[in-house]
Design a protein around this ligand. Structure first.
Ligand SMILES: Nc1ncnc2c1ncn2[C@@H]1O[C@H](COP(=O)(O)OP(=O)(O)OP(=O)(O)O)[C@@H](O)[C@H]1O
Ligand SMILES: [Mg+2]
Length: 436
């Protein structure tokens, strides 16, 4: 059900934007300022999304087939398609109200925002609670094949991988411009027992007060975190929360503004990234970043440049045993691999550095569910071998389910920590990350 997952992911982002707009409306009513940059970022996210992606595919494939299969679906689909048609009008209404607010008439804006978010939430709920379950009931395997194929077409100029990463950028813009007091990503605030670690090993990584910024945007606002030897720690949080920035700070490719990183008893805050790799901090980055023209094997060798020559063939075999497909294709350019295979290559490359601490940034991103399972199985196997892992994921449920402990990151701050199961059970986490 790749298509439904893609739709649900977008729903989550839209839901968070809706909640944020409501909070912004409250602030404006209490005398807060209207920030044009924030509103422009919201408008461009919604516009780009609605014009170029979602509705077309949903209407043309999912809804069309649902109509075909069952008369029961007709009234519901009529209503949802009507919402899609009206979406432009409704966006136009908040844009007009925003234009007036800029010249001092603010009350119309807050009313328009609340109307907009109410409609948006109703629409999303209808899709999630009524349309999706119905689609699962009435559509055939062939229907799903058609729907999933169109939704997963990564080369599609309007909804392929590039387009999706563009939306992500737009979403990040919204996040970074949202008012400080509001944040994005559902505020959970509160703490679970930070000592609740089932692993009793010694502390391998300790981070104190870590800050990092992009220009005037502070992406990490004083993070504290620790990881014990042998522990798998999930880092979960919405788009733009700072997961990638954090992992990049650990591996040393992202400069830190303040704080300390202790690794294996040593303060490595000022240690260069290649030296950190030598110490055993190996990073499988977001978006995989394999070198397309180089062969798969050469990509793996790149991960081993800090290693002794005599280890190489043994380590290579180990990666090939873990991912037989990489062995099969080892002479081919990495660019010929599918998204899932490139993810495996990125993990394999990190393993070639003989990690003491493995950093995995969204290994499940953009993968079909079966491949997600495969990648998570590999992580489980590494965990069983005793590797220490930090796993950043938007796929919070899966990440927490296999982790000993988790941290919830919200706009640059850790707001919750606890063991994986406690976090999955936590009401606020469920509301913010595990669904709506
Ligand atoms: N290269 C950059 N230049 C400017 N700002 C950036 C850059 N990369 C990230 N940011 C900002 O830093 C914040 C944290 O982004 P980061 O990519 O670390 O989040 P994330 O949790 O990894 O998000 P995602 O789930 O989408 O991968 C966001 O507000 C984002 O807009
Ligand atoms: Mg990220």
């Amino acid at each position: 059900m790749e298509a439904l997952r893609i739709i649900s992911d977008e729903h989550k982002n839209f839901w968070r934007i809706a909640v944020t707009l409501e909070q912004v409306a409250n602030e404006i009513d209490e005398g807060g300022k209207v920030d044009p940059a924030f509103f422009e970022s919201v408008f461009s996210y919604i516009e780009n999304f609605a014009d170029h992606a979602h509705h077309l595919k949903e209407d043309d494939h999912l809804f069309r087939l649902m109509r075909l299969r069952s008369p029961e679906a007709h009234p519901l689909i009529d209503a949802l398609e009507d919402d899609h048609r009206q979406a432009k009008v409704h966006l136009h209404q908040i844009k007009e109200a925003f234009a007036k607010a800029k010249v001092g008439e603010q009350s119309a804006l807050t009313t328009a925002l609340r109307d907009y978010t109410r409609r948006l939430k109703t629409h999303i709920t209808k899709e999630e609670v009524e349309a999706m379950p119905l689609s699962r009931k009435i559509l055939t395997a062939a229907d799903w094949q058609e729907i999933n194929t169109t939704f997963s077409d990564n080369k599609d100029p309007v909804f392929g991988e590039q387009a999706r990463s563009d939306f992500r950028e737009l979403y990040h813009r919204v996040v970074s411009l949202a008012p400080e007091s509001v944040g994005l990503g559902g505020h959970s605030s509160g703490t679970l027992d930070p000592q609740a670690t089932p692993i009793k090993g010694d502390i391998l990584l300790k981070v104190n007060g870590l800050e990092s910024s992009y220009g005037r945007i502070k992406a990490l606002k004083g993070l504290n975190l620790e990881v014990r030897r042998g522990e798998t720690v999930a880092l979960v949080g919405a788009n733009g929360a700072g997961k990638t920035t954090f992992l990049r700070s650990l591996s040393g490719v992202q400069p830190m503004g303040a704080g300390e990183i202790w690794f294996n008893g040593e303060d490595i805050s000022k240690v260069r990234s290649d030296q950190r790799m030598r110490l055993g901090i190996c990073h499988s980055p977001e978006g995989r970043q394999v070198f397309g023209p180089l062969s798969i094997e050469d990509n793996l060798y790149l991960g081993a440049y800090t290693q002794l020559k005599q280890h190489l063939s043994q380590d290579l075999e180990r990666v090939y045993t873990m991912f037989p497909i990489l062995k099969e294709k080892r002479k081919l350019p990495a660019g010929t691999l599918s998204g899932g295979q490139q993810q495996m290559l990125a993990i394999g490359r990190a393993l070639m550095g003989r990690p003491k601490l493995l950093l995995l940034d969204e290994p499940s991103m953009g993968l079909a569910p079966l491949l997600v399972e495969e990648v998570f199985n590999v992580i489980k196997a590494l965990k069983r071998e005793g590797m220490t892992i930090i796993l950043a994921e938007q796929n919070a449920f899966a990440a927490l389910a296999l982790s000993d402990r988790g941290y919830v990151l919200e706009t640059g701050e850790i707001t919750l920590t606890g063991n994986g199961q406690d976090l999955i059970q936590n009401e606020q986490v469920r509301a913010a990350y595990l669904g709506m």
